[in-house]
Design a protein around this ligand. Sequence first.
Ligand SMILES: [Fe+2]
Length: 448
Amino acid sequence: MPSRTSTWPSGWPTFSPSDNEPNDTLQAELKASIIAEYGPEALRTAWIKTCNALKDVTARIAKEGNKSVPIFSYEEVTSNHSEQVINQMKATGCFIIRNVVPSAEASQHFSELQAFIASNRDTITGWPAKSVAIYHLFSTPTQLKIKTTPKHLRLQKLLNSLYTDSSCSLEEQEAKYEPILYPDAVRVRAPGQEFLGLGPHIDSGSLVRWADHSYRQTYAAILSGSPETYDPFDMAHRQYARTDLFPGGAHSSVFRSFQGWTALTKCESGKGGLLLLPDIKTATAYMMLRPFFTAPVKEEEWRDAEKWSIDESGWFPGTYRWDSQLLSRESHPHLCLEDTLVRIPDMEPGDTVWWHADMCHAVETTHTGTIPASVCYIPSSPSTTPNLAYIRQHWKDLVAGIPPDDYKYLDGTGSELVLSKQNERKMKGALSLDLISAEGRRGLGEGV
Ligand SMILES: [Fe+2]
């Protein structure tokens, strides 16, 4: 299976109960309160159902490889989208949509981005600092132009509309589908550049999924013993989740219906690209239930969910509250990550990939190609009340050239964060905001 992660990177972390900080009682107390709220029997029922369902899910992905990631043309999803297409998008929670930006235009954008970075190299920061792959740039001409094109905005709106909101009227729900343009970074990864920083993980917080009431409510069906009724596309509670409850540089404070990127160059399998676990419903249930269970004493019995017992320790596997939710083969064995974390199909300039904000993903550790692999991170985000508040502030920051909220601080030399002094408005070649359409400026936060 060519897309399989056949050689598991040795640098990706593993997690064990010894990671737990014994003097920190917050996690043990939180776990006890959740066990009391939902009851051990409901959790156990959910655990057994989920592990059993995962057998089929993981076997299917292992067999299909990256064919499990559906591919659509832009027209298929925006003009001719059928119930079948929508169902396929929602069933996996990830997909590729090709040719959102014409290939030649995307290549031109990449040339402009390279020129922009070269002209402002002294003032641009990035990560990892020693060998930058992801630049702390949020409003380069390339990014602003691509995400505000009518074609991209139309797609973002459609992706937002895959969600429902039972907490409001249909008219109010419809209004929330208008996209806000969450600022995100750009990646330019040089050939041969090693990158171990993004092993299997899920963004939008970690411990907060259990600790924040609205966030936890999102997963109530799972925790109450009915994971089969869990709807990953219901935003009634999710939209109010305080993903940044615990401070940390990795957390987005905005609800993204889908994370995503638009390719500026060819991004081929094995050449520094993205890996996805193409299942959203069962894998999410497993991630949410895993902290409540301890593996059997006889290690060889790990596959049998019934042999696992309720765990009352403070350990949440791969969960460090300042970081994204991390996963590993050892801590989350039923996900069979070695077989299910697949390299996405090859991408051409202008193609896009999208994945649900609860989806496990990773970035390849090696880049064996001969050209840079470059993408613009452009997610889709609905106009929920908290998202509107974020983007309103974003417009003010954008005009002033100040980095957006979520990116105001950079990693210091130790564990401390330092205030970013980067000002993109003052960079050579910055795009005049007057050149952006009214629709695009609204998405960036003007007048909302
Ligand atoms: Fe991520």
